[in-house]
Design a protein around this ligand. Structure first.
Ligand code: ZN
Length: 197
C-alpha cells in the first residue's frame, strides 16, 4: 500500500459520499495507523478517510491532539449518529482547508455508534469538543465540508482563501502534479469496489 497523504480542497474525495466498509483487515489497520500519524503531524484532532483519498465511512479522532494520550484515540468504522441534542456555535478549521476558520453550529451532545478495528460495535455519548469533532468528521464521510455550514456573511470573508486553494489545486492539475478530476474519481471508484459491499 502506498503512503497516504492529506488531500486539500477541492480534491474530489472531499465531495465523495462514502460507502460502508465491508472488510476489516491488516491493510485497513495500516491505513488507520497512517491516518493517526498524518493527523498528529498536521496538528489535527480528527481525520476522515475521505481526507486521505479513501472513499470509506471511517474516521479517527483524538480530541487532545496529543499522541501520548492513546486512551483518547478512537476509530469509528461505519458510524451512525443516533441522537443530537442542544446547539452551540464555535469556530472550526479543517486539515483539508489549511488556515481557514469559520463559525459552525453543531449539536452540543450526541450519541454515536460505530465499529472498532476488531469489528466490535460500540456506542459513545459525547458532548462539547469531542461531539463537535465527531460531527465534523461524520460530515466528511458524506462529502460535506464545514464551510458548507458556515453562514453566508462569515463565508464571504473566507471565500477568497477558499478560491486561492482552488486555484492552487487546478494549477497542480494543469502541471500534471495531480491527476485530473476524472482520473481521481476513477481511483476512488476502484478503492470503493475493493472494500465496500
Ligand atoms: Zn475537516
Amino acid at each position: 500500500m502506498s503512503r497516504l497523504e492529506i488531500v486539500l480542497h477541492p480534491h474530489p474525495a472531499l465531495r465523495w459520499k462514502s460507502k460502508e466498509i465491508s472488510k476489516i483487515d491488516a491493510d485497513l489497520r495500516t491505513m488507520v495507523e497512517q491516518m493517526f500519524e498524518l493527523m498528529y503531524e498536521a496538528r489535527g484532532i480528527g481525520l476522515a478517510a475521505n481526507q486521505v483519498g479513501l472513499p470509506y465511512r471511517l474516521f479517527v479522532i483524538n480530541p487532545t491532539g496529543d499522541k501520548e494520550e492513546k486512551d483518547q484515540e478512537f476509530v469509528f468504522i461505519n458510524p451512525q449518529i443516533t441522537k443530537r441534542n442542544g446547539s452551540e456555535t464555535d469556530e472550526e478549521g479543517c486539515l483539508s482547508l489549511p488556515e481557514i476558520f469559520g463559525p459552525v453550529t453543531r449539536a452540543t451532545k450526541i450519541v454515536v455508534d460505530a465499529f472498532d478495528l476488531d469489528g466490535r460495535q460500540f456506542e459513545l455519548e459525547l458532548d462539547d469538543l469531542p461531539a463537535r469533532v465527531v460531527q465534523h468528521e461524520y460530515d466528511h464521510v458524506d462529502g460535506v465540508m464545514f464551510t458548507d455550514r458556515v453562514p453566508a456573511n462569515s463565508l464571504k470573508k473566507i471565500q477568497p482563501l477558499i478560491n486561492d486553494l482552488e486555484t492552487q489545486f487546478r494549477n497542480r492539475q494543469k502541471e500534471g502534479l495531480v491527476g485530473s478530476d476524472d482520473v481521481l474519481q476513477a481511483r476512488l471508484l476502484e478503492l470503493q469496489k475493493a472494500r465496500t459491499a
